[in-house]
Design a protein around this ligand. Structure first.
Ligand code: CMP
Length: 581
């Protein structure tokens, strides 16, 4: 080859193999993710033929993790989490503790170190959000209460794991590993000091992100969206996601994943978050595929033959240990059996965080490479079996509803609790919907319907226009424009009535009308008083944005100028003939 094309080769072969494998998996009714992992196995050093560049794939995978976590952050709903906190927070934490303990004891019985046991246990205790979301999507369960409990549960798990990822380097040495990565720069300090420093960095990052982020980021996104360039908008989203992730890793020593997650959380507050999610999704999908391929590449299939019992033990922890723990916890918290069964089924798999954690464990010499292979085997098998687990759960739920005693004691008596949670979730949904409505002015279709003036623009152009609007309300009697003032904005009435006073004439205007354009067009002071007659909702366009609008869509100038001309003509007549009526 003429020059080094290993990156191109890795990406090309990665996609080229992931596609057919993913397709076959889908045909076999397995999540495509299993196919991507298998494609990775086929590309890895343990399989014959083409061997991809491990280091490069590792970095591509990391981009995948960053984008995945960014996506999780973008969809993370604090309201939902608050609604399910009573079950998700104690449940996830207790389940992590139980599963980690089982994993650790198991590893110790194999003669592994405590550190190796902890990493293995933690890796087995966390389920994959990606797998869960895909499974719920397939079953139309994302918005059901049980689905939202499961998602909230996993968000808590993810947060605990992010904390573990941050703490692991600080603890590595104590646990018998080697702290050799320069990222945190705390290798020479004592444990407590390095732990404190790490926590301090994380906290300062989180505080900074949460304080500055919601102010700066939505504003930035809005400015970019207002340019009307889709490409610039996508670029801005990516720059924010990867930029924050990278900078936070560099400056604060927190993981890329955490940085990206918070970039998502921060943008999540913005009314443009849906657009941001939609625009970054294709890239997120593509790199997520590379992530799973790269994980597959590390997998050594011979482990299945060499250590079948260990694989079975690991699988048992994932499929039984974890699920039973979750089942018992949810029942103990007083929720119905059907909820406990569904949420437990959702947890019976491991995925991306386990790989990240295990990978880090290997880097710090805590976990033997064998451990990584075991975790990968556990992930591959449990993800493949997940649809079966769900099907089994459905059967169990159906059966439990038929058995009188179970129905009475484990379902009906616990209904009240479940219903309360359902109400909380509903309230959270309503709160976020009304928050979105308060931010939102109009959809492109509504804009054209309400203001025919904009009907001639394309949907995208109308979307850009709506981004320039500020929503404002007015009380009855409130004066919106005073004659003689300098022009600052033009007003579009979306609700209520206003009155324009010219001489002794009063002209009423209502929804769909606009005013305040004359002074802006002529450069003269305001020509009349305008007062709200009842409670009004108005969309305003600042002088600058109005000029920008006319410059960008020249076709709009003529109809607006015609109306202004007609109005000033009327006013001239009124002034010339004061008692005209
Ligand atoms: P402007 O002069 O910027 O501020 C007052 C606004 O009242 C003016 O723009 C028009 O939008 C509106 N206006 C003035 N005269 C009339 C009229 N005769 N009929 C309807 N609207 C008017």
């Amino acid at each position: 080859m003429p020059h080094d094309v290993s990156l191109i080769a890795t990406v090309a072969v990665g996609f080229a193999l992931a596609f057919p494998f993913g397709f076959i998996a889908q045909r076999l009714r397995l999540p495509p993710l299993v196919g991507y992992l298998m494609a990775g196995v086929a590309m890895g050093r343990f399989a014959p033929g083409f061997v991809a560049d491990n280091a490069l794939t590792g970095q591509l995978a990391e981009i995948g993790v960053m984008l995945l976590m960014f996506g999780v952050g973008l969809h993370f709903s604090t309201g939902d989490l608050m609604a399910v906190r009573g079950i998700a927070i104690p449940g996830a934490i207790a389940q992590i503790i139980i599963a980690t303990s089982i994993g650790t004891v198991m590893a110790l019985s194999w003669g592994w170190s405590l550190g190796a046991g902890l990493v293995l246990g933690l890796s087995l205790s966390v389920a994959s959000t990606v797998v869960l979301l895909k499974a719920l999507e397939e079953r139309n369960g994302v918005t059901t209460p049980n689905g939202r409990i499961a998602v909230g549960w996993l968000v808590v798990e993810d947060m605990v794991m992010v904390l573990m990822l941050v703490l692991l380097p600080a603890f590595a040495e104590v646990l018998g590993g080697r702290s050799q990565l320069p990222v945190t720069g705390t290798a020479n300090l004592g444990l407590l000091a390095s732990l404190g420093l790490t926590l301090l960095k994380v906290i300062s990052f989180v505080v900074l992100a949460l304080l500055l982020g919601p102010r700066v980021m939505p504003w930035l996104l809005r400015q970019v969206a207002r340019t009307g360039s889709r490409e610039l908008f996508t670029l801005c989203v990516l720059a924010v996601a990867l930029g924050i992730a990278f900078a936070s890793a560099r400056l604060f020593g927190v993981s890329f994943a955490l940085g990206a997650f918070f970039a998502g959380v921060v943008l999540n507050e913005s009314d443009l978050s849906h657009k941001a999610a939609a625009n970054s999704l294709p890239l997120q999908d593509a790199f997520a595929v590379l992530f799973f391929v790269s994980v597959g590449m590390l997998f050594d299939p011979s482990i299945l033959v060499r250590q079948p019992l260990m694989v079975v033990a690991v699988l048992a922890v994932i499929l039984l240990g974890k699920t039973l723990a979750a089942l018992v916890i949810i029942m103990a918290l007083g929720y119905p059996l059907s909820t406990a069964l569904t949420v437990s089924a959702a947890l019976a798999q491991i995925g991306e965080f386990s790989f990240i954690l295990a990978g880090l464990g290997v880097t710090y010499h805590l976990l033997p490479v064998e451990g990584l292979s075991l975790i990968l085997a556990g992930a591959l098998l449990s993800i493949s079996l997940n649809p079966l687990v769900f099907a089994g759960t459905d059967l169990l739920v159906g059966w439990s509803r038929k058995v009188g005693w179970i129905k009475r004691h484990l379902e009906e008596k616990r209904e009240a609790r479940f219903r309360r949670l359902q109400e909380d979730l509903e309230a959270a949904r309503e709160a976020s919907a009304s928050k979105a409505a308060a931010h939102k002015s109009y959809s492109p279709e509504e804009l054209a319907e309400r203001f025919p003036l904009f009907a001639g623009l394309t949907t995208e152009q109308r979307e850009t226009v709506t981004l320039h609007f500020e929503v404002r309300s007015a009380q009855p009697g409130e004066r919106l424009i005073r004659v003689g003032d300098k022009a600052d904005a033009v007003y579009f009435i979306s609700m209520g009535q206003v009155e324009v006073v010219v001489g002794d004439h009063k002209i009423k205007m209502g929804p769909g009308d606009f005013f305040g354009e004359m002074a802006l067009l002529s450069g003269q002071p305001r020509s009349a008083d305008v007062t709200a007659l009842d409670f009004c909702k108005l969309l305003t366009l600042s002088r600058r944005d109005f000029r920008e609008l006319l410059r960008r869509y020249p076709g709009m100038r003529a109809p607006i100028a015609a109306i202004a001309k007609e109005r000033s003509e009327t006013n001239r007549l009124i002034k010339e003939h004061p008692s005209a009526d």
